[in-house]
Design a protein around this ligand. Structure first.
Ligand code: HEC
Length: 109
């Protein structure tokens, strides 16, 4: 019985958090955070071992001329020559939420 109540509570809080960036944060934490870091500054726990290192998403320069489509596309297809893997399995909704969340890292937005 307590387990059912917990599940119910989770469902309710899940729908209360329907905002896209909240969903984007979950997708990011599960798939990207290890390299790109909780702050999006490219200093996740796995980043140390990488060459090249992940970019710093908090720098406005990273965002210069970068459209949502270009961003989603590079996440979908990965970046050849780096450890940035393709993520074709993300649904359109997850990808849109993820892109919205990535943009919150921009220090000038
Ligand atoms: C294994 C480590 C790793 C993981 C996991 C990872 N990345 Fe990356 N990512 C990199 C590296 C390394 C680069 C190449 C350097 C750069 O351009 O930032 C990169 C590049 C990028 C870029 C810039 C691409 C471009 O075209 O310039 C974006 C955006 C990005 N990653 C987003 C994500 C997102 C979103 C996720 C999760 C869905 C993710 N990454 C998962 C390591 C990782």
């Amino acid at each position: 019985m307590p387990r059912i109540l917990t599940l119910f509570a989770l469902l309710i809080s899940g729908s209360a958090l329907a905002a896209d960036t909240e969903r984007g944060k979950q997708v990011y934490t599960a798939n990207c955070m290890a390299c790109h870091g909780t702050q999006g500054n490219g200093q996740g726990p796995a980043a140390m071992a990488l060459t090249p290192k992940p970019s710093d998403f908090t720098q406005a320069a990273f965002w210069d001329g970068r459209s949502d489509e270009a961003l989603a596309n590079s996440v979908k297809t990965g970046k050849p020559g780096t450890s940035m893997a393709p993520f074709p399995q993300l649904t359109e909704k997850d990808m849109a939420s993820l892109v919205d969340y990535l943009k919150t890292f921009n220090s000038e937005s």
